[in-house]
Structures are given as structure tokens and as C-alpha cells.
Design a protein around this ligand. Structure first.
Ligand code: C2O
Ligand code: CU
Length: 499
């Protein structure tokens, strides 16, 4: 194993990802940020220098952070935010492989650009080097004004950071550049390619496809999956924060083919340009600009994504959590999401994990902070999430990949879907249907404070977050690294200066 060093300089820079120029919260001036690559077993040491002018953080989405909960990157839960002009070094080992990503976890900052891919290779992964080449491809919704506190509508969408805004639309203004080239991937006829797809969106699911090329799914959220008849699809639905690896065989006549990432806009108003945002696979140089798409909602068939290595769900359940997700339209007219009646608000200067390590009792903040402790060593945990609102929510659990033992409609505890404990899908982000429920299980083998939240960024802002405090007694006996402690001191003095 190796130690791999990266330096992220966070700075705001004007970019025109879809032709429309706006300030973008970049890593090293890039959107999306640089590709981070490592092998399983490696250590990543990533120094983050914050020049945003605002606090920031970086979360490594899907990485378990075993023994290093304090590098999980969640202000208010696992660290203090990194103040402006301060550097903080994340330092963790990788005991997993697959397709991951990083993003800011400070307020809704990642919507403005701080996202990037993180790929971990493993020569023992069943599809390692089974293709001639591989590519990373991100899809995202995109916004023309820096993130507003209330839910805005996407202005467009980008594939690998490039889109084609309609510069002749009245909203485009005079600075719109109609000549942004779509992201282009060159493939050679007869060869096989692994595409690692990451949805870095703040809001939108996408229907992803490549014209004339079916895609065979081989990985979901870092977990290699078994190829079945269902695994080869024409269109793949990918929800915010989810990842898939797919194999594309370049067996078609030499030409250009569209890669399509259509926003699934069923629940957003038609202010969004409804045309798809395309990119091409290039076999030669000309690009056909006349593509249209059809929007149809569906989710991926679970039979397409069963784990490659048999991985039954834990059966010895020692802790069960029932989470009721509701929408409370409160007096000041701001809709707040609640989990079990409480809307999460981060306390930035006093992260939950540090309070636990200082052996402060968490009983007093348990409720308002949506914190749920469970001490049973190595027991199986079951979470039943009842989504009492009408909208779907992509829920993500930090610190684990979970067994998705059931997805069902209705929110009646007496009428839950049948659990599949034999060969459930294993992943870290799942779309929870509106008015429906999910049941997930995992083993509590990772002491720490782990967020469990909807990955729609404004819903996080509106409190749809729970904190799962896994084995607090054991966790509280660990020693907090000095740099993590120092960050909170720097954070405090930053705010004193600001006042
Ligand atoms: Cu992508 Cu809290 O995570
Ligand atoms: Cu949500």
C-alpha cells in the first residue's frame, strides 16, 4: 500500500460549464474537481486549503472512514468547518474499492461546484481490468445563481461538467457562450469500456443512456454486482449521489452517438429547459445536434444489481430505528423537513463526535440534534424509514454500505414490504419513494457519528438529517487527533474576528 498526497485549493473562479458564466466554487480551479485515484489499502492524505472566503469542508462520499470518523467531513457532526484561509488535512485509509466521489458538506456549497470523483482500484475486484479502458463520467443539475436558501430549479444539466445552455433564451444574457463543446469520449470499434457514472446533482435524478449501445451494470455504489439478464439496460436511472459502473461495447458502425442524461423532472416545474443535454461518443469528428429525449420515470430493477459476492443481510438485529420523515409547513412559512418530529440544525462549533469523545452526555442534545445512539457491539442494525410526504428522497448513510432489504409503498408499520434477507442489493444511497418506505440493515462495526440524510441538498438544509451514533462508549475512548481539535480552535477565533 502507498500513501497518496493531494492538495486541494478551494477557490472561487468564473467558469461557463454550460455556456453561462458564473462564479464556481472550484477545487484547483476545476469543475468538477480533480480525479482522486488510489488502490485499496492505500492511505489518502489530502490537504485542503480554503480560499473560498467562507467556511468549507470536504466529505468523501461512500468511504467508510473506519477509525477516522473525524475525517468524514461533516461540519457540526464530525468536524468544525475549515475557516477561510485555513488548511486542513484529511488522512484516511481505503479498505474498500469502487466508484466514489467527494463534495463539500458545508451548507449547500457543493451545489456551487465543489464535487469530484474518487476511484479506488482493487486487483481482486471481479471486473478489474476486464475492459480495454475506463472513463469516469459525472452527471449533474446546474444552476446559474449561487445557491439560494430556498429550493431553486435547475437551469440546466451537465455531463462531466459540460452542458449546452440555450444561449438564445431570454435568461441567457449577453455573456452566454453557445460554443461549449459537450464532453466527448472516444472509443475504438470492437473494444470494451467501463464507464464509472456518478450523479453529483443537488436535486435531480437522471435517465442515462448511450444511443444504440446497451449498458451492462457491474457495480453499484462501490459494490461489484453480478451480471444477470436484467443487468443490461438501455436506460439507467441514477439518483443524486448514486454511482454505477457500466460496460459499453463499441460494436456499432463508426459514427457519433449521443450520451444522454435526461433530467427526470416529474416533480419540478417546467421552467427547466426540457431538452436533453447531450454529449457524444466520437468515432469521427462531426456531431449531430438534433437529439431529443423522452422522460420516463423508473428505478433500476434490483435483479440487475445483486452483489457479486453473496452477501446476505444480518439476521441478528440488536437495534431498530423507525424514522418518520415529514414535512412541516411551519408559521414563518418556511417548509421544514423533520425526522421523528425534529429538524436537524448543525452546531458548527461543537461537533457531535467531539462532544462524545469529551464524554459529554449526548442525552441533552439527542432530540434537537436528531442523534440516535446505539451501543450494542457488532450487532445488526435495522432502519425502517417511513416517508410520509409525497416526494421521493435519495437517502444516504455515512460510514457504511447497507443491505437494502425492502422498498415498499405505504407507511403503515403493520403493512411493510417483505424483507429479502437472502440477496438484497447493497449500496450507500437509495431512492425512497414518496408515501413509501425502505428497510435497511447493516452491522454496527464502525464506531463513530454517521449522518443519515436525504441527498437533495436543500432538504439537508431544511433538516432532513439524522445522526447515528454507533457504539458511543467505544468511540468515546478514542483519541481525537490534534489537527482536528485545532480546527475547532481556529474556527472559534475565525468567528470571534468576524464578529
Ligand atoms: Cu454525499 Cu452526507 O453525503
Ligand atoms: Cu429529500
Amino acid at each position: 500500500p502507498k500513501t497518496r498526497y493531494y492538495h486541494f485549493e478551494l477557490k472561487i473562479r468564473k467558469l461557463s460549464p454550460d455556456g453561462f458564466e458564473r462564479p464556481v466554487w472550484t477545487v484547483n480551479g476545476q469543475y468538477p474537481g480533480p480525479l482522486v485515484q488510489a488502490n485499496k489499502g492505500d492511505r489518502l492524505v489530502i490537504k485542503v486549503t480554503n480560499k473560498f472566503g467562507d467556511p468549507a469542508s470536504v466529505h468523501w462520499h461512500g468511504i467508510f472512514q473506519r477509525e477516522t470518523n473525524w475525517y468524514d467531513g461533516v461540519p457540526g457532526q464530525t468536524q468544525c468547518p475549515i475557516p477561510n484561509r485555513v488548511s486542513f488535512t484529511y488522512n484516511f485509509t481505503l479498505d474498500q474499492s469502487g466508484t466514489y466521489w467527494y463534495h463539500s458538506h458545508f451548507l449547500a456549497q457543493y451545489v456551487d461546484g465543489l464535487v469530484g470523483p474518487l476511484i479506488v482500484y482493487d486487483k481482486d475486484e471481479p471486473y478489474y481490468k476486464s475492459c480495454d479502458e475506463e472513463y469516469v463520467l459525472t452527471v449533474s443539475d446546474w444552476y446559474h445563481s449561487p445557491s439560494a436558501p430556498l429550493l431553486p430549479y435547475p437551469d440546466s444539466a451537465v455531463i462531466s461538467g459540460r452542458g449546452q445552455y440555450n444561449c438564445s433564451s431570454p435568461a441567457a444574457g449577453s455573456d452566454c457562450n453557445p460554443n461549449v463543446r459537450p464532453a466527448t469520449y472516444n472509443v475504438k470499434k470492437g473494444k470494451k469500456y467501463r464507464f464509472r457514472l456518478i450523479n453529483t446533482a443537488a436535486y435531480a435524478p437522471f435517465a442515462f443512456s448511450v444511443d444504440s449501445h446497451p449498458l451492462t451494470i457491474i457495480e453499484v455504489d462501490g459494490i461489484p454486482t453480478k451480471k444477470t439478464n436484467a443487468s443490461t439496460v438501455k436506460v439507467l436511472t441514477i439518483h443524486p449521489a448514486q454511482r454505477y459502473s457500466v460496460i459499453l461495447t463499441a460494436d456499432q458502425p463508426i459514427s457519433n452517438y449521443y450520451i444522454r442524461a435526461n433530467l427526470l423532472t416529474e416533480c419540478i416545474a417546467p421552467r427547466i429547459p426540457m431538452y436533453p443535454f447531450n454529449t457524444t461518443i466520437n468515432f469521427n469528428s462531426s456531431i449531430n445536434p438534433n437529439a431529443t429525449g423522452i422522460l420516463h420515470y423508473y428505478d433500476v430493477n434490483p435483479d440487475a444489481i445483486r452483489p457479486y459476492h453473496p452477501d446476505p443481510a444480518p439476521t441478528n438485529i440488536t437495534d431498530t430505528f423507525i424514522f418518520n420523515v415529514t414535512f412541516a409547513d411551519n408559521d414563518d412559512d418556511v417548509g421544514l423537513f423533520q425526522i421523528n418530529g425534529h429538524s436537524f440544525e448543525p452546531i458548527f462549533n461543537n461537533p457531535t463526535n467531539q462532544r462524545i469523545m469529551l464524554k459529554e452526555s449526548f442525552a441533552d442534545f439527542e432530540e434537537s440534534q436528531n442523534a440516535y445512539g446505539y451501543d450494542t457491539p457488532y450487532g445488526g442494525v435495522e432502519i425502517i424509514l417511513l416517508n410520509r410526504g409525497g416526494a421521493d428522497h435519495p437517502f444516504h448513510l455515512h460510514g457504511h454500505a447497507f443491505h437494502l432489504v425492502g422498498v415498499g409503498s405505504g407507511v403503515n408499520m403493520n403493512n411493510l414490504t417483505t424483507r429479502n434477507l437472502v440477496n438484497p442489493v447493497v449500496r450507500d444511497t437509495v431512492q425512497v419513494p414518496g408515501g413509501g418506505h425502505i428497510i435497511i440493515r447493516y452491522i454496527a462495526d464502525n464506531p463513530g457519528v454517521w449522518a443519515f440524510h436525504c441527498h437533495i441538498e436543500w432538504h439537508v438544509d431544511m433538516g432532513m438529517v439524522a445522526q447515528l451514533i454507533e457504539r458511543p462508549t467505544e468511540f468515546s475512548n478514542r483519541t481525537l487527533p490534534n489537527d482536528v481539535r485545532a480546527l475547532c480552535v481556529q474556527h472559534d477565533s475565525y468567528y470571534k474576528q468576524k464578529r
